[in-house]
Every structure is written in C-alpha cells, then in structure tokens.
Design a protein around this ligand. Structure first.
Ligand code: T46
Length: 134
C-alpha cells in the first residue's frame, strides 16, 4: 500500500477567482487543533523527523515542494503544487520536505497542539519506535 495518501478538497471557482473549503471531520478525517504555515523557504530541507501521536494534512497553497514519507520500510515522494490537494501524514512516519519553489507557501493542519516531546528527530530512534508498534 502506498504511503502517499492525498485528499482532494472541493474548489469553488467563478469569474472572481477560486475558493477552497476545509471542514474538520467532514472533508478531512480529524479535528483541527493547530494550523501553521511555512514560507520564505530556501534550499535547506525541512522536516527530518517523525511524530509519535499526530495526524497532519499538508497543502502547498502557493508554489510547489516535494514531500518524502518513510515508514521505516519504504520511502515515497510526492510533489505538492495545488491548494486543493492535501497530503495526509500519520503517526510514526518520517517526513522530509525538499525542492521548495521560490514562492512556496505550505499550510499544515494538525490534530494536536504543539508538543516538542512528540517529535522523534533521530532516524535510528524512529526506526526503533516504528519496529515496536509493528
Ligand atoms: C511537520 C512538518 C511538516 C512551534 O513552536 N510551534 C509549531 O506549531 C511548530 C510546527 C513549530 N514550532 C517551532 C519549533 C521549532 O523551534 O518552530 C520551529 C521550527 O519547527 P520544525 O523545525 O519542527 O519545523 P519543520 O518545518 O522541520 O517541521 C514542521 C513541523 O514541526 C512538523 O510537525 O510535520 O513541518
């Protein structure tokens, strides 16, 4: 089964422009406790960690970027470039973000408040944690 799970959100466009709508527990599968954005991104990759208990949906609302997901067994990558396409990232998935366009803006919806203790920032520790749950 692929690690890349995307959710397509409804877009409402007319002569004035486009609108995308996000409704928790309706068109996304969790309640949103936090929203954050990444912008002014350069050539440095971001992410490089996993979370123990966090579901997120990431959108590239402007420009483009490449997400790499890794479950400890396989690595897959996807380019996000549309504000209507959300990438679902579950627990114990190592994530990396690369190849940001100059105008890239990423918006992330998160199921939990910010908690540094939820992060696994060392890849070997991530592999150990992912083996424990299998
Ligand atoms: C993820 C990817 C996709 C906060 O204080 N509150 C927050 O809600 C967040 C997300 C971050 N921070 C602080 C913690 C660090 O001092 O902002 C700083 C940068 O965070 P981090 O290095 O974790 O950023 P990224 O871009 O590597 O990762 C972020 C999210 O942290 C992470 O959960 O999945 O985006």
């Amino acid at each position: 089964m692929s690690l890349i799970k995307t959710i397509e959100l409804p877009e409402f466009g007319d002569g004035r422009g486009d609108l995308v709508s996000i409704e928790e527990c309706r068109n996304i599968p969790f309640a949103i406790k936090r929203v954050y954005c990444l912008y002014n991104l350069g050539s440095h990759p971001r992410g490089m960690h996993a979370h123990r208990n966090l579901i997120q949906l990431a959108f590239c609302v402007h420009g483009s970027c490449r997400f790499v997901l890794d479950d400890g067994n396989k690595r897959e990558s996807v380019v996000l470039s549309r504000p209507t396409e959300g990438l679902l990232i579950g627990n114990l998935v190592w994530r990396e973000m690369h190849d940001f366009s100059d105008d890239c803006v990423i918006m992330v919806l998160a199921s939990e408040h910010y908690d540094e203790s939820d992060y696994i920032r060392d890849y070997e520790n991530f592999l150990e944690a992912s083996v424990e749950v299998k």
